[in-house]
Design a protein around this ligand. Structure first.
Ligand code: GDP
Ligand code: ZN
Length: 366
């Protein structure tokens, strides 16, 4: 690439998040005459890539190995061929972050949902009772991806008094150490400017239950109806104009929004370190337990139990921590054969103990 085309590529791709670091990572591909671009949609062996030459349709055959985690996905920065029929994606740049979920099928490999996300915006409706456990799950997933989470409490207009609202914010803040909590209303517009400012600094995804207000937030960020924006006319690989559904959009106020159907209602996936960050205060207390392998049940010198005793740590937090750890172990076990056989051995041992106990009892009764 000549330096003029490199700089025009730079300004054309900047709205999609292109920066010096991406340009550096791309340099070897530029030397091969390949074009940089960001994947805005993937669909059965094809993807749409936003490039300096507009949106190009490209074939992903070269970047579709058997490992589903290594498949090109929305948000990836890729190197595409400048022409050809079909035109191929030759490589994708190393990801900064990645959202993954467990598939609902029996083959429980992770499925990659979005790449290079900076902000995970977790939408939680104030129209219903707060489900702190559910918020914790979304946060674990967000931390695990590498993105910075933000909790947005939507429909704040439905909470009539200011004091009530500040209590709700506090509840969520206690559940989410290190995570900003922002009440917003699409009706009054409160908080939307702050949200737009956060979103302008990188790539965001909207997570949350159906009805939480994600589409409404997306529309507010986009400043127009999402569906209209999504169905834009683009040039495909053969130079024809086609209508493209975009799962990745450049925001008018800066920043990028990724909204793929698969990201809605995601499950936990191998989020052990994410769980640790959601429960950072528990991990911190655990560091002060007398035994380093303390499971905070009845061990002497357990700092976690001591904190529950003094009321410093709500018991509910420890319960959700345990629950999330268990669930996480279970999902990991579905894929990790070794862990699976360990768990099976553990069950066998428990079974054997149970049988022995039963027989001992029977013996006594005999
Ligand atoms: P999604 O399923 O997460 O995309 O949620 P939607 O954006 O479709 O919103 C669900 C419902 O909540 C819709 O009926 C919206 O009109 C309503 N809603 C969204 N934001 C607000 C808000 O700030 N205030 C009120 N009162 N209703 C809202
Ligand atoms: Zn302990």
């Amino acid at each position: 690439m000549t330096s003029t085309s490199a700089s025009s590529a730079f300004s054309a791709l900047a709205p999609y998040g292109w920066d010096e670091a991406w340009a550096d990572a791309f340099a070897p591909y530029a030397a091969q005459g390949l074009l940089p671009g960001r994947v805005i949609r993937v669909d059965r062996g094809q993807c749409d890539v936003a490039t300096a030459d507009g949106v190009l349709r490209a074939d992903t055959a070269f970047v579709t190995p058997h490992d589903p985690m290594r498949v090109v996905c929305t948000g990836d920065w890729v190197a595409v061929e400048p022409g050809g029929s079909p035109r191929y994606v030759r490589a994708y740049l190393p990801r900064r972050t990645a959202f993954v979920r467990s598939t609902s099928s029996k083959r429980s490999e992770g499925q990659i949902l979005a790449a290079n996300v900076d902000h995970a915006i977790v939408a939680v409706s104030l129209a219903a009772d707060l489900d702190l456990g559910r918020i914790e799950r979304f946060l674990a997933l967000a931390w695990e991806s590498g993105a910075q989470p933000l909790v947005v409490l939507t429909k704040a207009d439905l909470v009539p008094d200011v004091t009530g609202l500040s209590y709700l914010v506090q509840d969520v803040e206690t559940t989410a150490p290190g995570v900003p909590v922002l009440p917003v209303s699409a009706v009054t517009g409160d908080g939307l400017d702050v949200l737009a400012a956060v979103a302008s600094g990188g790539t965001s995804v909207l997570l949350g239950q159906s009805g939480a207000g994600k589409s409404t937030l997306a529309n507010a960020l986009l400043g127009e109806d999402v569906m209209d924006v999504r169905a834009t006319r683009d040039v495909d690989g053969k130079g024809r104009h086609t209508t493209t559904t975009r799962n990745l959009l450049a925001l008018p106020g800066g920043g990028v929004l990724i909204d793929t159907p698969g990201l809605r209602g995601v499950g936990l996936w191998d989020a052990e370190s994410g769980v640790g960050q959601v429960f950072s205060e528990i991990e911190e207390l655990a560091g002060r337990c007398r035994f380093h392998d303390c499971v905070h049940h009845s061990e002497p010198g357990c700092a976690v139990l001591a904190a529950i005793e003094t009321g410093e740590l709500p018991e509910r937090r420890l319960e959700s921590y345990r629950k999330l750890m268990r669930e996480n172990e279970w999902i990991a076990a579905k894929t990790d054969a070794r862990l699976r056989s360990e768990i099976r051995r553990d069950w066998k041992r428990k079974g054997a103990e149970g049988r022995a106990a039963m027989e001992a009892k029977r013996g006594r009764w005999r």
